[in-house]
Design a protein around this ligand. Structure first.
Ligand code: ZN
Ligand code: ZN
Length: 131
């Protein structure tokens, strides 16, 4: 058997953004998915989700965000958003932080809309960690 890059193995429409829009006046990131679902993160929530080693820690060490810092305005202001291949976006924040790759899968799984929050049965950004 060989592995094909089918819509099944890639997650298909469910994980394929058809539109990504960083709305700076509204301080929100909107992602519209191939299956029609709309995910909307305010920048503060998005910043708290930063999956990089500095924010999340590594090798069992807690990261910066685990110390529950008070985020400054610059730390929650998005200045740029780059696509990483076909699988992630990389925001740049006004404080210069830019090491977090937010995979589409994670952005979809952490979707803060009421249905998805209810489906997960937990607070969207406090209990999940990568790794
Ligand atoms: Zn980070
Ligand atoms: Zn949702």
């Amino acid at each position: 058997m060989h592995v094909r890059s089918s819509s099944y193995t890639t997650g298909g429409e469910y994980l394929t953004p058809v539109r990504i829009h960083a709305d700076r006046p509204q301080s929100a990131l909107e992602i519209e998915w191939g299956d029609g679902h709309l995910t909307r993160y305010d920048f503060v929530t998005l910043r708290w989700l930063c999956p990089c080693a500095f924010c999340r820690g590594e090798a069992g060490m807690p990261g910066w965000l685990d110390s529950k810092p008070t985020l400054t305005e610059a730390q929650t202001q998005l200045t740029d958003l780059a696509l990483v291949g076909q699988y992630a976006v990389q925001p740049t924040w006004a404080d210069g932080h830019h090491t977090g790759y937010y995979t589409f899968q994670r952005l979809r799984e952490e979707c803060p809309c009421p249905e998805d929050t209810a489906r997960r049965g937990d607070a969207p950004h406090l209990t999940h960690r990568l790794g």
